[in-house]
Write a protein that binds this ligand. Structure first.
Ligand code: 6CS
Ligand code: FE
Length: 301
């Protein structure tokens, strides 16, 4: 059993553990998608916002496909759908990179894939994908959390060698619950209190209560790094490290805030058995069988 550098949810008190993995993996021969100053900003903050990567027609087509999935009766009854807490509105659809056609091509688009391969310094595969719908007037919050804390404890992700890429399918404004991040928080692992209930994902994806940072650690990291809201137009992209603390507020605006998230994991960081003896989570949340390295899309000449 490999040494567990990031022990969490073992009943002891909360703790801050210094990250023991690099942020940028020098893979040498991998793509040069980002400029040096962009890489430095990502290493410093734990995220990078790229405005207007996709043009209106591209993001319109992606959004159309996401809306079609949202209204597809077969999808609505599937295990990939998560509904809002206390209601029926759709909160997330998982595994969208295998449900949609344009959404299947998206993770292989060199504008995204090459950034992931450069930062992770290796071939990569999709650990998880989802569309978070955050519907108008009804979209509930995602409380502050580190994705890696969950992916390490519940999915057996060994090291911090993964990142999320979020493509904004609608404008993200100060009013519709934009993604918020804590700059610099990726450098500390917040060990969480509490034990993980059986099949935790059935609750945590609606409202996460276990594996969330304690208020003292949150305040400390926010006072060190501040808070940053990703308010940007549809078609913008934000890359964030697997351990950067993030969350989003509820959506009180009459317009949806819909973002697609794709999690790139290094092929050298494939999942092992979950670290505290739990059963592995289902394939549509944490890929094990479909963990083949992504082939880049042939770019139209
Ligand atoms: O448990 C997970 O994998 C999911 N939970 C959150 C709150 N963000 C990451 C991921 O979608
Ligand atoms: Fe998350």
């Amino acid at each position: 059993m490999m040494k567990d550098c990031y022990v969490s949810r073992t009943g002891r008190d909360a703790a801050l553990i210094a990250r023991c993995d690099p942020v940028i993996y020098e893979g040498g021969r991998y793509a040069r998608a980002l400029e040096q100053e962009q890489l430095q900003a990502y290493e410093q903050d734990g995220f990078l916002i790229l405005p207007d990567v996709f043009d209106a027609s591209e993001v319109g087509a992606l959004r159309e496909e996401a809306v079609a999935l949202e209204h597809d009766p077969a999808v609505r009854e599937g295990e990939e759908v998560i509904r809002e807490p206390g209601g029926d509105a759709l909160r997330s659809i998982f595994r969208v990179h295998e449900l949609g056609r344009r959404l299947a091509d998206l993770p292989r688009d060199p504008r995204l894939l090459d950034v992931a391969r450069q930062i992770l310094g290796s071939e990569v595969y999709i650990h998880q994908s989802r569309v978070n719908m955050k519907p108008a007037l009804d979209g509930k919050e995602f409380y502050w959390h580190s994705d890696f804390e969950t992916w390490h404890v519940e999915d057996g992700m060994p090291a911090m060698r993964a990142l999320s890429c979020s493509v904004l399918l609608t404008d993200n404004t100060p009013f519709n619950g934009p993604l918020m991040l804590i700059p610099g928080s990726h450098r500390q692992f917040v060990a969480c209190v509490g034990e993980t209930p059986e099949d935790n994902y059935k609750k945590s994806l609606r409202r996460q209560e276990v594996g969330v940072p304690d208020p003292v650690s949150l305040r400390l990291l926010a006072e060190q790094g501040g808070l940053r809201a990703v308010t940007a137009p549809a078609g913008s992209v934000v890359f964030f490290d697997c351990n950067t603390l993030h969350g989003s507020g509820g959506n009180l605006s009459p317009w949806p805030r819909s973002n697609v998230f794709m999690v790139y994991n290094s092929v050298d960081n494939r999942l092992v058995a979950p670290f505290h003896g739990m059963d592995p989570r289902p394939e549509h949340i944490a890929a094990r069988r479909s963990a083949a390295a992504l082939e880049p899309l042939a770019v139209a000449a």
